[in-house]
Write a protein that binds this ligand. Structure first.
Ligand code: NAG
Ligand code: NAG
Length: 580
């Protein structure tokens, strides 16, 4: 008994995945029947899944039990059995012992004894890639290289489709390999949108454009951080998918998966079984917003890949031109054409995407007609706050960068007058510009990126950079509770993002609603994900069930990652803002 306890103690020290040896407690036996139980000691952490590898002293048969499914049943002449927990029998809170009871038949002259290895399937075995700038050599107040490395890991965790051999997320595998269009077209690939598994192309395309923009503006930050290839991979993953989605010049799939059935499932993408219908826009069911944003993403991608793979860059540009033509000739909001998108990513307008796409096509081609169109299509006035749905200010910033016309400058300044302290936006007491309760941090970070881009054009550089920095630092820990809003980074970071796959235990353990309700941390650290963020009074609880504050999404991290690259770039050029 003492020896057993010793083993358990060693196993605990080694963390989650080590096995604990347990002897079966024989409860009773009569005739050729036996009944016994394995007493699993309390673990110091919540258990979400387990396996019991049992060896009996003699052959046994007809075992009845209520806790698991047999993975191995009666090997070695009836002596070896392996039990995997049932989906609703995996969860055992920290500090709570439990037992697995069973009864069966034996054929020998004495009742069997049994020993088992209890394997805890809860833990994380992910290793984070080396961070180029060790914390000890940081020149700025935060290790932005680490934030960048981890943000790219977040995108890797969102991958759908067949994963390449160099996949760095050990708890992710191939998934949604049957994603197809209505004519059987291959639509595998792309990113899962958030904590769920729908592929929503509108925010996915925005994500791609924003990641590419940050890279194109501040490429040296990626090179210096050793993340250039990772960034190119992160944009190529959705770009390859968009190529598949663009099945004819005027036909584009814009969503795979239906939010209703998708949200009725809590588990890994690798284990999904619900139907995943695909929805497309056409001439009669147009979507200028999503076609425009996809054109922008592909145009930005074509610039990013121009000197890396000319063939690929040209393919992207051809699609971008066709999609732009489709977007401008057949106008309408995609969420009016595709009802299944309306409940999740309803488009406010498409005018802004036409301007945005035009300015990206101009940058990719140098063809002034695109610039003329962009200037005609852009939305004027102070921006509400840019995001997956609204590119008003981003477009004005690029138009100002290119033309230096005062009309764009005026609108950018009006936007930031609203957004900066003293303007029309409310601030949390802790200093975060607060646009909307849903994913609050994302809006301020999006506008922070815009401010940094505007600063690069020469507009109020110090002031705009300092404001952006204040908002970014808020997310990294300079807030009243002094906690990071980035999973797996910094002090007191969120550990319970509303994110299905990272909430699941290790395979082969099943995953279900117990994993959502688990009060403990997600078994896998979803490195780099920016969570929704606090409420209007800086209040925040790290609670998976509160998806307003704890959802994560591809679009949340996009401008965020680019802004982080911008700060690294400034530091490289001795321009890191020194702010009051
Ligand atoms: C879920 O998928 C994983 C990885 O593909 C697999 O190993 C596991 O057996 C599956 N689990 C269930 C319950 O289907
Ligand atoms: C360049 O891109 C094309 C088109 O995607 C691809 O077929 C080719 O393998 C790529 N070349 C290299 C060297 O990666």
């Amino acid at each position: 008994m003492i020896w057993l306890l010793l083993i358990s103690a060693v196993a605990w020290q080694h963390g989650y995945s080590d096995a604990v040896q347990i002897d079966m407690q024989l409860l009773q036996h009569w005739d050729t029947n036996w009944e016994g139980q394995f007493n699993i000691p309390a673990m110091p952490h919540d258990v979400l899944g387990w396996e019991l590898k049992i060896h009996f002293s003699e052959p046994v048969s007809n075992i009845q039990q209520w806790d698991g499914e047999w993975l191995i049943k009666g090997d070695n002449g009836g002596q070896d059995y392996t039990l995997l927990n049932k989906v609703d029998k995996g969860y055992h809170p920290a500090g709570t012992p439990f037992n697995v009871r069973m009864m069966g038949k034996f054929s020998g002259s004495t009742a069997p004894s049994g020993t088992a290895e209890f394997i805890d399937l809860t833990g994380d075995s992910q290793t984070v890639p080396p961070i180029n700038i060790p914390a000890s050599q940081q020149t700025t107040d935060y290790n932005y290289e680490e934030v960048l490395v981890k943000s790219l890991l977040f995108y890797e965790a969102q991958r759908s489709g067949k994963l390449p051999a160099n996949n760095r997320i050990p708890w992710r595998g191939d998934s949604a390999l049957d994603d197809r269009g209505s004519n059987g077209e291959d639509l595998t690939g792309g990113y899962y949108d958030a904590g769920d598994h729908v592929k929503f192309n509108f925010p996915m395309a925005y994500t791609t454009t924003m990641l590419a923009w940050g890279y194109l503006e501040w490429k040296d930050a990626y090179i210096k951080s050793g993340q250039q290839q990772e960034l190119l991979d992160a944009i190529k993953w959705p770009l390859d998918y968009f190529i598949k989605c663009h099945v004819a010049p005027h036909e584009l799939y814009v969503q795979v998966g239906d939010g209703g059935p998708d949200h009725g499932y809590w588990g890994r993408p690798e284990n999904m079984t619900m139907a995943r219908p695909a929805y497309k826009i056409t001439e009669s069911k147009p979507g200028s917003d999503v076609a425009g944003e996809t054109a922008a993403a592909m145009a930005a991608g074509s610039i990013a890949f121009k000197h890396i793979n000319k063939t690929y860059s040209d393919i992207l540009l051809t699609h971008a031109k066709q999609l732009y033509e489709f977007a401008t000739q057949f106008t309408g909001k995609y969420s009016d054409s595709v009802n299944q998108a309306a409940a999740y990513y309803r488009s406010g307008d498409y005018q802004d995407e036409l301007g945005w796409a035009g300015v990206w096509l101009y940058q990719a081609t140098g063809d002034r007609q695109y610039l003329t169109d962009a200037e005609a299509n852009r939305v004027s006035g102070a921006g509400w706050g840019d995001s997956w749905d609204d590119k008003t200010t981003y477009t004005n910033i690029l138009l100002y960068k290119i033309t230096k016309k005062d009309i764009y400058k005026t609108d950018i300044e009006a936007t930031y007058t609203d957004w900066m302290p003293g303007g029309s936006l409310p601030y949390t007491p802790g200093g975060m510009a607060y646009r909307l309760q849903w994913g609050a941090l994302r809006y301020t970070v999006n506008m922070g990126l815009g401010a940094m881009m505007a600063a690069d054009t020469g507009l109020h550089s110090d002031e705009y950079r300092c404001w952006a920095l204040s908002q970014i630092k808020y997310a990294l820990g300079e807030n009243p509770a002094h906690h990071s809003y980035v999973v797996g980074f910094g002090t007191d970071a969120p550990t319970r993002p509303h994110h299905r796959s990272s909430s699941c235990p290790n395979v082969p353990a099943p995953c279900g609603w117990d994993a959502q309700k688990n009060p403990g941390p997600n078994p896998h650290t979803l490195y780099g994900a920016l969570v929704g963020g606090p409420g209007k009074n800086d209040e925040y609880v790290d609670d998976r069930m509160d998806y307003v504050k704890n959802e994560v999404a591809c679009d949340y991290n996009a401008a965020w990652q680019s802004a982080i690259a911008g700060l690294i770039h400034l530091a490289l050029h001795n321009q890191y803002p020194s702010c009051p």
